[in-house]
Design a protein around this ligand. Structure first.
Ligand SMILES: C[S@@+](CC[C@H](N)C(=O)[O-])C[C@H]1O[C@@H](n2cnc3c(N)ncnc32)[C@H](O)[C@@H]1O
Length: 226
């Protein structure tokens, strides 16, 4: 099986179905991922055990609003594994504003990802204070949040209110253990979704097993009020 679309590609390698994105920086790797060449185009294999967005694509997403030219605000860039694949996808006309508050992690992020990719704007800030991101201009199409904090949903909502366009999408990764260790992951996701009911239409929710047992993902459409 080999199916293709403009955003990412499914390949069959060594008898296994693999996800890949077209490499924005030829020859460059970010986290030890394999490179693969097909019809003179270089792809990076996207590992679902290393990236929760890849895991969600393997499990099956109903919408994938990230494509060439998309503007993304990404909270919790870490060392840039997932940011780098989003950067591949949005390409030369898109942009990824990538927020990370831990300076040591951010240094690795600059060395591995941001310094090589013109479509990635690193923002060394606390996502709790979105008004302090001076380099974000205009509204974004997608807010992707993966910050593993007990108040992760509230932080994501504040960022959407500041920067997400009406009709844009929130991808909210929920670290189920960060919130309440006594609750089942499904219950934690349900109670986090309730916090979104005022401004968002829930499109999909999922746990990320078997790729990741501590996280879930909620995809929601934003309806700005007023
Ligand atoms: C689970 S990791 C993100 C992994 C990354 N999204 C990926 O898939 O490659 C969470 C990151 O969020 C960052 N983080 C946590 N709280 C934050 C905050 N309030 N503001 C900005 N970054 C934060 C942490 O430093 C950490 O690097």
């Amino acid at each position: 099986m080999e199916s293709e679309d403009s955003d990412f590609i499914w390949l069959r390698l060594d008898g296994q179905k693999r996800l890949a994105t077209e490499n924005y920086v030829e020859g460059n790797t970010v986290y030890g991922e394999k490179l693969y060449k097909k019809s003179k185009i270089e792809y990076r294999i996207w590992d679902p055990f290393r990236s929760k967005l890849a895991a969600a694509l393997y499990i099956g997403l109903d919408v994938f609003p990230i494509t060439h030219g998309t503007k993304v605000l990404y909270l919790g860039a870490s060392t840039g594994t997932t940011v780098s694949h989003i950067s591949d996808i949005v390409g030369y006309n898109g942009i990824v504003f990538a927020v990370e508050h831990a300076s040591r992690v951010a240094r690795d992020f600059l060395d591995r990802v941001a310094n090589f990719r013109k479509n990635v704007v690193p923002i060394l800030q606390d996502a709790r204070h979105p008004k302090q991101y001076f380099s974000v201009y205009g509204k974004v199409d997608v807010v992707y949040s993966d910050i593993a904090q007990p108040d992760q949903t509230e932080i994501a909502i504040t960022n959407c209110q500041a920067y997400l366009k009406d009709g844009g999408y929130l991808f909210l990764v929920i670290k189920t253990r960060s919130i309440d260790v006594t609750q089942s992951p499904k219950n934690v996701i349900q109670s986090e979704m309730k916090k979104l009911q005022n401004n968002f239409e829930i499109i999909q929710d999922m746990t990320l097993e078997p790729y990741d047992k501590d996280h879930g993902l909620v995809v929601a459409k934003y309806h700005a009020k007023g």
